[in-house]
Write a protein that binds this ligand. Sequence first.
Ligand SMILES: [Mg+2]
Length: 101
Amino acid sequence: MRRAARIDANQPEIVEALRKAGCRVQPLHMVGKGCPDIVAWTPNKGRLVFLEIKDGAKPPSARKLTADEENWHGVWSDLKDAGALYVVASVDEALQALGAV
Ligand SMILES: [Mg+2]
C-alpha cells in the first residue's frame, strides 16, 4: 500500500531531535500495517520506545490513529501499558516519551 511509505511532515525533525539528544532511531514507517513510525533507544535511560508520529500542524481529526494503527495498538496494548508505545505530535512530546528531557 503506497500510503504506508509516506512519512508525517514532522518526522524528520523529530528523528533529528532524538538523535541530537543521544537516542538511536530506526525508522519503521515503511513497514505499514499500523506499525509505529519509529523505534528509538535511549542508552543512558535504558528505554526502548515505539513512536507513532502525528503531524501536530494538522487538525485533531487528521491526527487520529488510522484503522490499521488502532489495530496494531490494540494487539500491542501491553507495550503501551509498559510505557514503550506513544503517539506523539511534536518534538517535545517525542523527547518526553524517551525520557530525554
Ligand atoms: Mg504516523
